[in-house]
Design a protein around this ligand. Structure first.
Ligand code: HEM
Length: 434
């Protein structure tokens, strides 16, 4: 960020800037949307510069039009060299110490051209609807087993731990070819890796540890991941199947197979991008339907409405709340000068609630059309798994709508505290079966 910024630079007040960077504000959804409405109206490209916030200054972009323009202009707005997710200076230093890189994992989402398209091409076809069709039966069986668990729970349950969290996790692990007995280990490793920055994280045992101890644990988790996937890759080279693990294991870039770090990065981005996100939109869709029995009955009777419900749930929940970009050159957004190397937050929550693009944006409207939301991003990095996410949700809701007669909230849903991937962490529901 240009330290000699002009005095008329539109800068958020400390109170608003804190609301944008504080994970706690993302748990208070309506308040957060009020904040973004205010910022979008008054300062659509706003500088966030909190001297004691622990972050380098950045520009917050809140209008749909600007978020889409930046997302599509991958030559001017890079995913590297600054971190692609809002990270404190401390976290960046930590990661540099553990891995020699700003992000703990180097993967598709942190590569720019010319490397990015080479890596993206490797699995792009696999994630296309034509190929995914062969997964429908397998995903259907996972959906059925998941809804069986809900049915067995006897009429009242927390939808998140029982349904919306385990379902996409299991699907993505199947896709990666991680055997069921290793799923918990994969989860544990992810928690260890990302727990270094999250003191609320349970199960990692990282609270009250010295930075050196945490560094050691995280470095160990990274090494474990690489070893696990190197072994899996060796197996898939010897015995290729039609899963993503085989595609990655047998892929070459510029004539060379991927090295262990790149391979692990690829597996980890698919594994991590593929579950919390779909879990959040699934739980959000269920909440919307539980709050609106008339809409629930309508879609139960007419499944042609389901794709619209799925799309609206993804917009309405916006599971990935932001990504960051770095300006490759001096440029301008909506009249605001941006200097080369400036860091920008494209905020998908704010974009998806921009009244200039979406009429009555806070309303969950299954009939919304068109619904060109920003939740999957746009441009070269647009979500690789978007067809899979939609397919998973459609299959699960078809099963749920077959088996559930009525559903209502049985307590107050609670959202996670997170500036990056957010969503419900509890959704108590009461239901009757068909
Ligand atoms: C990238 C959202 C599900 C894999 C992204 C991006 C967003 C996003 C916003 C970044 C786009 C950009 O920078 O322009 C979502 C949402 C999901 C979802 C809202 C669910 C509702 C999935 C699933 C998978 C997946 C199921 C795979 C199993 C990826 C990957 C990338 C990505 C690999 C990086 C693509 C690249 O940089 O080229 N996703 N995602 N996502 N997503 Fe998703």
């Amino acid at each position: 960020m240009n330290e000699t910024a002009e005095s008329d630079t539109p800068t958020l007040s400390p109170q608003l800037a804190t609301a944008v960077i504080d994970p706690g504000s993302y748990a208070e959804w309506n308040g957060l949307l009020d904040t973004f409405d205010h910022i979008r109206d008054t300062m659509p490209v706003a500088r966030v510069d909190l001297a004691d916030g622990g972050f380098d200054p950045f520009w917050l972009v809140t209008r749909y039009e600007d978020v889409m323009r930046i997302s599509k202009d991958n030559a001017t707005f890079l995913n590297n060299p600054r971190p692609v997710v809002l990270s404190t200076r401390e976290a960046i230093e930590f990661s540099l110490k553990v891995t020699g890189s700003k992000m703990l994992v180097d993967s598709l989402v942190v590569f720019d051209a010319p490397i990015h398209p080479k890596y993206r091409r490797l699995t792009q076809d696999w994630f296309m609807p034509k190929n995914l069709r062969k997964m429908e039966e397998e995903i259907g069986a996972i959906a059925k087993a998941t809804v069986d668990r809900l049915a067995e729970a006897g009429g009242e349950a927390d939808f998140v731990p029982l349904v919306s969290a385990p379902y996409p996790l299991h699907v993505v692990m199947q896709i990666l070819g991680v055997p069921e007995e290793d799923e918990q280990r994969m989860l544990f490793l992810t928690q260890q890796m990302f727990g270094g920055q999250d003191e609320d994280l349970s199960g990692s045992g990282m609270k009250d540890m010295t930075p050196e101890q945490i560094t050691q644990i995280v470095a160990g988790a990274v090494a474990d991941f690489e070893a696990y996937f190197a072994k899996m890759a060796a197996d898939r080279r010897a015995n290729p199947t039609d899963d993503v693990a085989s595609v990655i294991a047998n892929a070459t870039v510029d004539g060379e197979p991927l090295n262990d770090r790149d391979m692990a990065g690829y597996y980890i981005i698919v594994a991590s991008a593929g579950h919390d996100t779909t879990s959040a939109s699934t739980a959000g869709a269920m909440m919307a339907l539980a709050q609106d029995p008339e809409q629930f009955a309508r879609v139960k009777a007419d499944r042609d409405l389901l794709p619209g419900i799925v799309e609206e749930a993804i917009r309405w929940t916006t599971p990935v709340q932001h990504f960051m970009r770095t300006a490759a050159e001096d440029t301008e957004i909506a009249g605001q000068k941006i200097a080369k190397d400036d860091w920008l937050m494209i905020n998908y929550v704010a974009a998806n609630h921009d009244p200039a693009q979406f009429e009555n944006p806070r309303k969950f409207d299954a009939a919304r059309s068109p619904n060109r939301h920003a939740a999957f991003g746009a441009g070269a990095h647009q979500c690789l798994g978007l067809h899979l996410a939609r397919l998973e949700m459609r299959i699960l809701f078809n099963e749920l709508l077959d088996r559930i007669e009525t559903i209502e909230l049985a307590g107050e849903p609670k959202r996670a505290r997170s500036t990056f991937v957010g969503g419900l962490k509890t959704l108590p529901v009461r239901y009757t079966l068909s």
